[in-house]
Design a protein around this ligand. Structure first.
Ligand code: AMP
Ligand code: ZN
Length: 436
């Protein structure tokens, strides 16, 4: 079989053998989980005290779900399952303030994560001959370091460009003949729009592939990126709670995202009834880690919506495929790849004395990038209408928001009583970005 593959023994493993690997991984994960204060308490509630109590994969179903709020409550170390000296790195989810969620990694955890990312890269047809420019942020966000280590393991020449600075990105691509990039889809569209400005033509670049992820995007967006750059683009799905990138990735056949089932148990549930859903039905992705010692997670509710794709992929991999992510079941917004919760914006606004009680968050598309507009009513008592004072106030609120949510919004101030008031539950978010 002539498909590019990193770890054939695992990637083509028969389902039965794969399930045995999962069962062993689940037992280990329960053992690690029992070392954390959070799960010791949680699992005692269902009488689960020993990993051997898990005899069958179906036993997972009796374990309660873990939510993002659980992770926040366990912050900073309620979910740490190894001695602190065995941890070598931590990551937090992007865009959260107040109490973020934190995931610790041991050296072995990083090694497993790197292996998963290497599989993804090779499944998408990249090789050690490629020059890889990583255009996602290096830091607490997992897209930078996660892809970086995987690409190095594959043997690619890695350019750790990180995010932003479009002019420099294009220069790097040109000078080093970058063949593969990793970026958010919206950033790639923006990058293309900047080519002319920078006086660079496609022929001066050697690009052949892009890995795109971190935010929802449509098949049309993928095609657009492929047509504009004359490349192949592959969907990459991950979240910091499940390491980051390397959870699920498209192979060269682009028939859905193979999810590495030796590393994660995948379930799709109805977010209202919490019942498991069959193949083809859209619901919330729930995942259990099988390899991570430092922060094991059992049945983590991702809030991401998708379904399982039926049938076999022509590549021969036995790991099942997720369909493109359709959106989220909670109110988290993704603005140019950064997670923003409306409550964070509310927190900031409500701390500014000049701001009244009504506000509206509007999301728009400007070119290929998202634009976050925050409209706030001014407090009646302090409303003077002096444009200079208003400009200063806009600037001040903009800065406060930028440091809280890591996205610079456009702030508009409105006269008291001028923003729409909804009956019943307030509708604070208007998303004008085209649906796909
Ligand atoms: P973070 O934990 O900050 O990396 O954010 C992870 C979230 O980004 C996921 O839970 C998804 O909502 C979103 N996300 C990541 N990759 C994709 C993708 N390929 N398609 C759609 N949404 C994605
Ligand atoms: Zn495949």
């Amino acid at each position: 079989m002539n498909v590019p593959v990193w770890n054939p023994a695992i990637e083509f493993m028969e389902r039965e053998a794969l399930e045995r690997v999962q069962l062993a991984g689940l037992r280990k994960t329960v053992a690690w989980a029992l070392k954390t204060p959070f799960y010791r308490h949680r699992l005692a509630g269902i009488g689960l005290k020993h990993p051997e109590d898990i005899v069958d994969l179906r036993d997972l179903r009796s374990i309660p779900y873990t939510t993002k709020d659980d992770l926040r409550e366990a912050y900073p170390s309620g979910l740490l399952a190894v001695e602190p000296e065995r941890t070598v790195r931590l990551h937090t989810s992007s865009g959260t303030t107040g109490t973020p969620t934190v995931i610790y990694h041991s050296r072995q955890d990083l090694d497993c994560w790197t292996e998963l990312v290497a599989r993804c890269i090779v499944a998408a047809g990249a090789t050690a001959h490629d020059v890889f420019q990583n255009m996602t942020g290096y830091g607490l966000f997992t897209g930078g370091l996660g892809l970086h280590y995987g690409a190095e393991r594959v043997g690619m020449l890695v350019i750790p460009a990180s995010s932003g600075n479009t002019s420099r990105q294009l220069q790097l691509m040109k000078n080093f003949r970058t063949t593969v990039v990793h970026a958010t889809p919206s950033y790639l569209l923006h990058l293309h729009a900047s080519l002319a400005e920078e006086g660079i033509s496609l022929d001066q670049l050697g690009l052949r592939k892009a890995f795109i992820g971190a935010e929802p995007h449509s098949e049309q967006t993928r095609r657009k990126i492929e047509d504009l750059f004359r490349i192949d683009a592959y969907n990459s799905y991950g979240l910091s709670e499940m390491n980051g990138p390397g959870v699920a990735f498209e192979c060269v056949h682009k028939t859905g995202l193979h999810l590495w089932e030796d590393a994660f148990i995948l379930e799709i549930i109805d977010p209202r009834t919490l019942q498991s859903l069959p193949e083809g039905e859209t619901g919330e992705i729930v995942m259990t880690t099988l390899q991570r010692q430092a922060t094991p997670l059992l049945r983590y509710r991702t809030r991401d919506l998708s379904h399982l794709v039926g049938g076999n992929c022509p590549c021969g991999r036995t790991h099942r495929r997720l369909a493109r992510i359709k959106g989220r079941s909670d109110d988290m917004l993704i603005v140019n790849g950064v997670n923003v919760f409306p409550s964070q914006i509310e927190d900031v606004l409500m701390k500014v004395p000049e701001v009244g009680t009504n506000y509206l968050i509007q999301l728009e598309k400007r070119g290929s990038l998202d634009r976050l507009v925050v409209k706030a009513e001014i407090c009646a008592k302090l409303f003077t209408g002096d444009p200079r004072t208003l400009d200063d106030l806009c600037e001040r609120i903009g800065e406060l928001l930028r440091s809280a949510v890591l996205v610079k919004p456009t702030v508009e101030l409105h006269e008291p009583g001028s923003l729409p008031v909804s009956e019943g539950k307030a509708k604070r978010v208007v998303d004008l970005r085209p649906a796909f």
